[in-house]
Design a binder for this molecule. Structure first.
Ligand code: ADE
Ligand code: ZN
Length: 320
């Protein structure tokens, strides 16, 4: 029965709502881009790079992720990265994906913002012709100041028509959502949907802030909301989606095992849970691998999986 449930999940047309483009940088692409761009890196082989992919927490991961990010330099790199992810998405029967990009980080690695954004806009057009609908969500770096985030939002102005939402990511602890109230208010005024990583490592209080002070439309991760029954009831009552990422949570020690992942408890409480890959090249799998492993670990049945798939489609910021 479990095999049939996994097969159903694999074949279902689904939406992916939490995937960082720079987190789709495979070791192969990392080596290729670093070599092509004459970047000095301390690795000669894909295996040496993979050895670094052992993390004890989010900050640990972000450091390795930034190292990979710094190999990117040109529109061509971003085109190839975009295509690599989209090929996986289509093969996993993703019909709609909402891609996070490091819009604020790009100028910091010496790359021009238009070089990255043009590649994304071009990718959206090319892949829409192949039946994959793509929305773009630039993310802001929560360990930096709100002023810097606001400046970065201004720099994106020529691309506003290509942006659906803004997000908040990077190291969470010590950087509560309410540090970014003005940023989110401005983004709302501009007509964007709003999302924020919250409750991945941070306490339930950060999830409350994201909902009540930033007014987000979805919470990215949200694992630790489970610690507060009143918060769980609020998420369920208002049907605020959680974009959960089981393999990421396992790799970053947010949970000790997938058996104890919060997904099933949230589902049973009526919370709108979705399953996503986060940074697929770093965490051992794309969206269907996340489905397979969470189904096995939590013995999810067909109705659980139907609910997860329906949730993904209903939680999309899709014009369709
Ligand atoms: N940036 C890329 N992946 C992330 C994650 N899992 N949490 C926070 N920021 C991220
Ligand atoms: Zn994420």
């Amino acid at each position: 029965m479990i095999e049939e449930t996994i097969e159903f999940a694999r074949n279902a047309h689904k939406a992916e709502l939490h995937m960082h483009l720079e987190g789709a940088l495979t070791p192969e692409l990392f080596l290729k881009f670093a070599t092509r761009n004459n970047k000095d890196i301390p690795y000669k082989t894909v295996e040496e790079i993979r050895e670094k992919y052992l993390f004890t927490n989010l900050e640990d991961f972000i450091n390795v992720y930034i190292e990979g990010f710094q190999s990117l330099a040109t529109t061509q790199d971003y085109n190839e990265l975009f295509d690599d992810y989209c090929e996986h998405a289509v093969s996993d029967n993703v019909v709609h994906t909402e891609i996070f990009t490091e819009a604020q980080g790009v100028p910091m690695i010496g790359m021009e913002l238009p070089d990255m954004m043009d590649a994304c806009v071009d990718g959206i057009e090319r892949w829409s012709k192949k039946g994959l609908e793509i929305l773009l969500i630039p993310t802001f770096l929560r360990h930096l100041s709100e002023r810097e985030a606001l400046e970065s939002l201004d720099l994106l102005e020529p691309y506003y028509k290509h942006i659906s939402a803004i997000g908040l990511a990077a190291v969470e602890l010590g950087h509560p959502p309410n540090k970014f109230k003005a940023l989110f208010a401005k983004a709302r005024e501009l007509g964007f949907k709003l999302v924020a990583h919250a409750g991945e490592e941070g306490p339930p209080e950060y999830v409350w802030q994201a909902i009540d002070e930033l007014g987000v439309d979805r919470i990215d991760h949200g694992n630790r909301a489970i610690e507060d029954p009143v918060l769980v009831a609020r998420l369920a009552r208002d049907q605020i989606p959680l974009t959960m990422c089981p393999l990421s949570n396992l790799c970053l020690c947010v949970v000790d095992s997938l058996e104890e992942h919060q997904a099933k408890r949230f589902l049973d409480a009526g919370v709108k849970v979705t399953i996503n890959s986060d940074d697929p090249a770093y965490f051992g799998g794309y969206i269907n691998d996340n489905f397979e492993q969470i189904i096995r670990a939590q013995q999810l049945d067909l109705s659980d999986v139907e609910q997860l798939i329906t949730n993904s489609l209903e939680s999309a910021f899709s014009p369709a």
